[in-house]
Ligand binder design. Structure first.
Ligand SMILES: [Ca+2]
Length: 433
């Protein structure tokens, strides 16, 4: 434990040195000796005030990427994060942020201001991230956004921004730690906070990635008062999936679910007619941080469900070629090469520090936070982007890129108006949510 504390301290100091002098962008040192630490300290003294990550153009990595979570366990559920790797397929970890930060996402999606009140966003994932609150605060401090304290147990739901972690029973008997899922958790929590900085965040850790445990965690998030519940995981469809849909059938709560990272094809629970299925895009920015372009990300999941009924608000689109539930509903950035800067101090394949992470796992908490900013009334939340009518005004229509071959082609290709991989489009502020 003491060693970990020392390492964390070194990482924090090292942050201030990223990009200075010789352009440090290598891996976090494993066991720096005292002279290294002294040198870092001196550099931190001389450069800390000159690096302002909140207003600095992001450092973007470009390269291959790999799934963060191990191959599917149990019934096939896995998390939907992908991390940029080096030419040895090792995750790239750096001492300073690589990837988009809070100001880039808020600018690209025209998000400004804060939510009314203190909406509670729940993040549902499997296994434990033992460092999540400290890592969230390193993220926040680095980017100059508000830090979060642990929530008091009363009042509940909280009336001021704070962070709380519970097991699937609502207690503190956390499941075993898992390095892959810890990176997923870091992504989810940090993105939710980046987009809604005055929301409270509840992390519910399922005991496993099995459907029964994940559904228990979702029920826990709901009964503890979450207004938006983000789920960045899924698996292939099965004929039994509809029997679990009741866990999502509640008005006044936005359940966001990533559509998957394997390209054209439908996953569940994104296919549930009661969730907001969140697809993925490649997001590029202008020098000023506004959206320069947004196209379908090749990895985003999409398609026509085999088992789920089509919700009436999709039928109203008049796309009669798919008679079942269409995935996705909306979308956001998911390409690892235009991914998020994520801070994670849990050693993942020997790496820790700043990672660049994408996958539709990035898009799901981003959309959950925008629902929280917009405010969810007593309606089925996934109908909101459709029923508010003017989605062509309040959502950015993605019209290019594809995630595979299919017929009809709109289910796998970015086209005008609705298409599978990007749904109705990506946020222009929170009006559509
Ligand atoms: Ca479109």
């Amino acid at each position: 434990m003491k060693t970990n504390l020392v390492l964390v301290a070194v990482f924090v100091l090292a942050l201030f040195c990223f990009g200075c002098g010789d352009g440090v962008d290598g891996n976090v040192a494993g066991d720096p000796d005292s002279s290294d630490a002294a040198q870092t300290d001196n550099l931190a003294m001389s450069t800390a005030s000159s690096i302002d990550w909140a207003h600095t153009a992001p450092v973007m990595l470009h390269g291959s990427n790999l799934p963060v979570c191990p191959s599917a366990e149990l019934n096939g559920t896995r998390c939907h994060a992908r991390v940029v790797v080096d030419d040895q397929n090792k995750p790239k970890a750096s001492t300073g942020p690589t990837g988009y930060g809070p100001s880039q996402f808020r600018s690209a999606y025209n998000v400004s201001g804060t939510a009314a009140g203190t909406p509670l966003i729940a993040i549902v994932d499997a296994y434990d991230d033992p460092n999540i609150l400290a890592d969230l605060n390193t993220y926040s401090t680095t980017f100059g956004i508000p830090t979060m304290a642990a929530c008091p147990t009363s009042p509940w739901p909280p009336t001021a921004p704070c962070f709380r972690k519970v097991d699937q029973s609502g207690g503190t008997s956390y499941p075993k730690a898992d390095a892959g899922w810890a990176l997923e958790i870091s992504l989810d929590v940090e993105i939710a906070h980046a987009v809604c900085q005055n929301c409270a965040i509840l992390l519910v850790e399922a005991k496993s990635a099995g459907t029964t445990d994940l559904m228990t965690a979702i029920d826990r998030a709901r009964t503890m008062g979450a207004k938006a519940i983000s789920n960045s995981w899924g698996g292939g469809e099965s004929s039994s999936e509809t029997s679990y849909d009741s866990h999502f059938n509640y008005k006044g709560i936005a359940f966001t679910v990533s559509s998957g990272d394997s390209g054209y094809g439908v996953e569940w629970p994104a296919a549930s007619p009661y969730v907001t299925a969140v697809g993925g895009t490649t997001l590029t920015l202008t020098g000023g941080g506004a959206r320069a372009s947004e196209t379908v990300w090749s990895g985003a999941g999409s398609g026509c469900s085999k088992y789920e009924a089509q919700p009436s608000f999709q039928t109203a689109l008049g796309l009669a070629t798919c008679k079942k539930r269409m995935v996705a509903d909306v979308s956001a950035d998911a390409d690892p090469n235009t991914g998020a800067a994520v801070y994670d101090s849990v050693s993942y394949q020997g790496q820790k520090g700043w990672f660049q992470v994408g996958g539709t796992s990035l898009a799901a908490p981003l959309i959950a936070a925008i629902y929280a900013l917009g405010g969810v009334g007593n309606v089925q939340a996934n109908s909101m982007p459709y029923s508010l009518g003017a989605y062509t005004i309040n959502l950015f229509d993605v019209i290019s890129g594809s995630n595979g071959r299919c017929s009809p082609s709109y289910l796998c290709t970015g086209v005008a108006k609705y298409d599978g991989p990007s749904g109705l489009g990506t946020p222009i502020g929170a009006t559509a949510f």
